[in-house]
Design a protein around this ligand. Structure first.
Ligand code: ATP
Length: 573
């Protein structure tokens, strides 16, 4: 497995990666495939289980010191010099006294078991236990294995191999080509559990994977919306369609099974503890023993009944002071989807049927309400409704195809968004990934932060490509916060899943997503987004909105093809 990682880390071609992975998968015993897939994703269990490794560099250094016979000071010095704990581990352990150590006898089971224990021990003495668990792995590892383990536990592997690459490889490993990738993808989108899908595929085959349906407490990956520039374009595309208010809050997926309710974020994190009000409302206002719903939560002012701005709503996403904030910023959940109810998979049924069933299932009450919808045929009607809703302070509208199934995990024209901002030159904000930062000059040096280098994502190639340097618009607080946050993800070299022609002062692991607005998209010889004919696309006068978007991971950022669409919209205007 360590060799497979090594090979993956040195390849930039997605096709090559899928081929290498397929060869590797063929060697994996069926009983291990589940955990192997998790490890390749850079996780131990799917996100919604809420178990994270979260090991700091220090702990890893201590474990290394324990096994290699080097002092912590020596390990730290080597880390400062090389900038990669993986390489430090590799070197430190290649000169270890082999007689006392069983180098090379490690198994995937052992690695997984120890890491799982490491992630779940808590309480008194847990720190020492963690060091021992990790040290035990190092003591049995070959130098290459130690390198991989050190990078894995400190979160320094590349993102994890893209899920679509893993699915390509799973299909090839079993049947020789990618024909069944779609079936795997569908099952993954419905379960958010690639390990489970891989295991079913390897052990039970195609029929079993095809029969996977939504289940409570397995979050479904969200359907996403396309953009079009005007009401006219939308009606041309969809014909008669349903138009819903686009609420500017955050998306929640609510799962109910008997008396248990769990709430998940857009990226499948379990957020149940943050929303006792939504949990209670679901028990009171949902007429189903088992169900999966999706909706937008938005805060309102209890005195005036008006919605509050996004920046206020988002304060409800918090670990502490939950009860106090639930009172201060009460939420409404505008439910726009029914995905599963009492044994029936609704994702495959047309929109109109899902909506009708949703209406039957929601009981009127204070928190849950079905999103406002209207069936519309003419562009003028759509424009009027848009103006009315925007006038009420909403973000815009979502037009929905009356006949489409729910497109889990995909951005399709089944949903089309039209926002207030589309009337300005650059139609929409972008969600970009931070790939580096600058120290800055003058006053900024005191914060150790002077600006960001950002990128969009290309899911086809699994690459991040630069789109903008953001140097203005930061508050002092933001500068301090960014400096602290990004130091933790600093890398000595450009990460190998990044395409970039310029050098920031510090590279960082592509992980944090921020929302930026800009005046327009321009051609640029400097940025690599949508690179062709010696030019790419860049943002002109980019400014940050808010801070890091914790509801998005790097691969949820705006994609290269979306930037091209926005560029096209801008040109048409
Ligand atoms: P954006 O950044 O434009 O809000 P996004 O990138 O988070 O969008 P999109 O697919 O582009 O995701 O836009 C859909 C989002 O709009 C959904 O994720 C959801 O949070 C929100 N939303 C608000 N109202 C609705 C609605 N009626 N139907 C569907 N989604 C809605």
């Amino acid at each position: 497995m360590a060799q497979a990682y090594d090979k993956l880390e040195s390849t930039t071609s997605r096709l090559q990666m899928a081929d290498d992975l397929a060869v590797f998968f063929k060697t994996v015993p069926p009983g291990l495939i589940r955990n192997v897939v998790y490890l390749l994703q850079g996780i131990l269990v799917p996100e919604h289980h809420g178990i994270q490794l979260g090991i700091g560099d220090k702990l890893c250094e201590q474990a290394l010191s324990k096994v290699s016979g080097k002092t912590i000071k020596q390990i730290e010095a080597a880390y400062r010099k090389i900038g990669d704990l993986g390489q430090v581990a590799e070197t430190a352990l290649s000169v270890k006294t082999q007689k006392s150590l069983g180098g090379g006898s490690l198994t995937v089971e052992k690695v997984y078991d120890n890491l799982y224990k490491l992630a779940t021990v808590s309480g008194e003495g847990s720190q020492d236990q963690k060091i021992s668990l990790l040290a035990e792995l190092f003591s049995q590892a070959s130098p290459t294995e130690a390198k991989t383990i050190a990078r894995f536990v400190t979160g320094r592997l590349r993102l994890g191999v893209a899920e679509s690459t893993i699915m390509d490889a799973l299909s090839v490993a079993k049947i020789g080509d990618k024909t069944h990738k779609d079936v795997l993808e569908r099952a993954f989108n419905l379960t958010s559990d690639l390990g489970q899908v891989a295991e079913t595929w390897f052990n039970q085959g195609l029929d079993a994977v095809s029969q996977i349906t939504p289940q409570p407490f397995n979050p479904i990956r969200p359907a996403l919306a396309e953009r079009l520039p005007s009401a006219k374009d939308i009606i041309e595309r969809l014909g008669k369609c349903s138009v819903e208010a686009k609420y500017d809050g955050f998306r929640l997926q609510v799962h109910k099974y008997g008396k248990t309710v769990r709430v998940y974020s857009r990226r499948q994190e379990d957020m149940t503890a943050m929303f006792p009000d939504i949990v209670k409302a679901t028990l009171d206002q949902l007429n189903a023993d088992e169900a999966i719903l999706e909706g937008e939560a938005i805060g309102y002012n209890s005195a005036t009944g008006q919605f509050v701005p996004f920046q206020e709503t988002i304060q409800r996403k918090r670990k502490h002071g939950v009860a106090k904030y639930a009172e201060k910023i009460p939420l409404k959940l505008f439910v726009f989807e029914l995905l599963y109810a009492d044994g029936t998979d609704w994702t495959v049924r047309p929109y109109v049927e899902r909506q009708a069933e949703l209406a039957r299932r929601i009981i009127a009450g204070p928190i849950l309400a079905q999103a406002e919808t209207k069936i519309i045929e003419k562009p003028e009607e759509l424009e009027n409704l848009f103006d009315k809703l925007v006038g009420e302070g909403l973000e815009g509208i979502m037009a929905k195809d009356l006949h489409a199934p729910y497109s889990a995990g995909a951005r399709k024209f089944a949903w089309i968004k039209l926002k207030r901002s589309y009337s300005s030159k650059l139609a929409d904000s972008l969600d970009v990934v931070i790939i580096g930062f600058y120290y800055g000059k003058g006053k900024r040096t005191e914060f150790g932060f002077g600006g960001l280098l950002s990128a969009i994502y290309d899911p086809n190639e699994d690459r991040f490509r630069s789109i903008a340097k953001i140097g203005t618009g930061f508050s002092e607080q933001q500068m301090a916060d960014f400096s602290e946050l990004l130091q933790k993800d600093a890398l000595k070299q450009k990460p190998n899943n990044v395409d970039c022609l310029i050098e920031p002062d510090v590279w960082v692991k592509p992980r944090h997503v921020i929302t930026v607005i800009a005046d327009e998209i321009t051609r640029s010889p400097v940025h690599t987004c949508a690179w062709s004919d010696k030019e790419g696309l860049a943002l002109r006068f980019p400014r940050i909105k808010g801070f890091v978007r914790t509801d998005k991971s790097a691969t949820d950022a705006t994609t290269e093809s979306e930037v091209l669409e926005l560029y096209e919209m801008q040109r048409q205007r």
